[in-house]
Design a binder for this molecule. Sequence first.
Ligand code: GLN
Length: 489
Amino acid sequence: MFKTIEEIHLGYLNKDFCPSEVVKEYLKDIDKNEAKINSFVEIFREDLKDNAKKLDDQLGSDKLKKSLLFGIPLSLKDIFLVKNYKCSCGSKMLKDYISNYDSTVYERLNVQSSLIIGKNNMDEFAMGSSTETSFFGPTFNPWDLSRVPGGSSGGSAASVSAGTSCFSVGTDTGGSIRQPASFCGVVGLKPSYGRVSRFGMIAFSSSLDQAGPITQNVKDSAIVLDSISGFDPKDSTSINLPPTTIYESLVNDKYSLKDFKIGVPYDLLETGLDDEIRTNFENLIKNLENLGCKIIDIKIPNAKFSVATYYIIAPCEASSNLSRFDGIRYGYSDKNLDPKDLEEVYINNRSKGFGNEVKRRIMLGTYALSSGYYDAYYLKAVHAKKLITNDFNIAFNDVDCVISPTCPELPFKVGEKVNDPLKMYLSDILTIPANLAQLPSISIPISLSKNNLPLGLQLTSQKLDEEKLLKIAYSIEKEVGFNSHPSIL
Ligand code: GLN
């Protein structure tokens, strides 16, 4: 349990164990924990065992030496297509949808002979911060089963934190990798927009969605990013760059915390932060200063408009992306309906197939894009997005990265916010700016609260500078030495 990618890889190289044995251990932990946390929507039990068996006699092959992911059991948020398996995106609308091709993320993991365990639970169509909007029921936080794991990649973060998968890949549109990583005490990286292909990843808000790793530590995060990144001609927004090679430089280059200038946007943190999170963050800053880090007070003046900007852009794009789910081309289709016209088909299938949060976003987006309102809302939001991006660019003249707590609050109770969308939306206040500015941003666990809940630190760097970002994160991780696991399972 809780072996990292590197540790399993080393175990294979030393022939301490073989893929079938590793997979058996994971399935044992799944049997023990999954009923309590509900982090998977499907487990590919038999295929997993068969695939592992095929690798057992390849431990002496070049494949193992060449790929750190050889025989590593992983899970994917149920937003990535895997051919011939269901992809439901947390929705009744797609509960029986079978993928007919592979997402690029899965394809790239698969060619490295990694082993997919199954698909992780998520908020419906990735809309949410708590994994409570899933059609398949909520996921529970392994650190305290009465609390949410965050969202929308809550199933991914919970399974990595509970040790039921070695790593997962999630998606982050406004914080959905980093916020659940913070709530579950694991590492979550949202790469720069365009770094990882979105091909075969169900779209929520196309100009913001980005896939990224949820792992147990920063080195594993680099390994997974190196494997899934790089240009993909099948995604027109994919950046024309080769895959990253950050793991090598993370372990081999010489650098220390003294080499980095770190910016803190104190004005953004003035209000709304939980007291324990604030004290903890301030202590960490003092520590970093003592270690020789240069800490600089920076301003991102327009970041205060981020949540408002996001909740125009994301619903607008979602309302357009989700129009394809009409019960004819895709999705839930009511067989008992005897419709009088086509409109009734749409209304009936969409009102029964989508949950409340998704309907709310479609209505918000449709309204904001309608004629007469487009200029006032959508266009204004696009301008605000530019201003926020400019603020970051100015800040990066003086600093290597920007840090803050990942979330303003500790993991909240199941049911606490699900009926109060505005409160829920504010959970993402610190994560959304990086999506709007297309920047790479990571959450790493730094400590536990008094009542044993994980606290996350967020670091954000310049676009496409994941290497520097991970170097700083790795340096801080080494100093902080967070090595705790949930004990209640
Ligand atoms: N919580 C945010 C929302 O509900 C972000 C979701 C995400 O990043 N996918 O839109």
